[in-house]
Design a protein around this ligand. Sequence first.
Ligand SMILES: C[S@@+](CC[C@H](N)C(=O)[O-])C[C@H]1O[C@@H](n2cnc3c(N)ncnc32)[C@H](O)[C@@H]1O
Length: 273
Amino acid sequence: MNYRHIYHAGNFADCMKHTLLVSLLQHFLRKDSPFVVLDTHAGIGRYDLESPEAEKTGEYHDGIGKLWAEAPDSPLTPWLELVRKAGGPRFYPGSPLLASLMLRPQDQLICCEKHPVDKRALYRLFAGQPNISVHERDAYESLRALLPPKTARRGLVLIDPPFEEPGEFDRLAQALQTIHTRFAAGMIAVWYPIKHRTPVRQFHTNVEQAGYRNVLVAELLMRPPHNPDALNGAGLLVIKPPYGFAEQAKAQLNRLKTALGAFEAIVSELVPE
Ligand SMILES: C[S@@+](CC[C@H](N)C(=O)[O-])C[C@H]1O[C@@H](n2cnc3c(N)ncnc32)[C@H](O)[C@@H]1O
């Protein structure tokens, strides 16, 4: 496990994933009944953008670094407010910290992180918060152990792998089946890199053929996906997105496209309801 998210925190792909994540979670806040978030690849939760690691790649300069001057009516504002609350511009909140800031007392956040050092950092970040648990365990194995959730009937499973090992798209496709079998009502969001189109197209075909209904794809491309060695873009595939999410996602990705000088923003229905 060589991947460390600190080198990439706050880059364009994080900005895209995190603003969409906040919109998905806002949907759960419309009802009082409890919800659960299972963050299968949680990371350390809070990233110091002044650290040598973040400065080494400087990726955040072309992501969150370009978004501080957003107008108050920007579609990115709900997420940016949470980034400020978590310590931005210096400290950048990852997915579990964003989710934690949206929880009510009745809601629950379950985090899995396989890297022991990162798990300890995340555990310390959430110490003393009774509705947040942090597990040092494999994401895919955790699905069988932790689903269906014990405390709520509604919830989101976020799967955000590092894609450092071959076969990640196949593991994702299998994970979707496991989640669907164990937590059929759950919403699922899967992040994936876009280097070139072939593996992404295959993943989409696998999802289409698996028989899920109501699947949306949101993608932000910084450049045409022609160089298989570069992160040219990123996508979030959402199963059972809430009503109205597609419009929100379009507004957010179009805003990111303009603000970050991206090549293309795509929001499309992969499978209808
Ligand atoms: C892309 S980062 C996660 C970033 C985080 N979701 C966010 O948005 O802030 C992927 C994380 O997954 C962890 N990881 C890698 N393989 C894993 C596995 N099989 N199970 C659980 N965690 C894993 C890595 O250590 C890394 O911290």
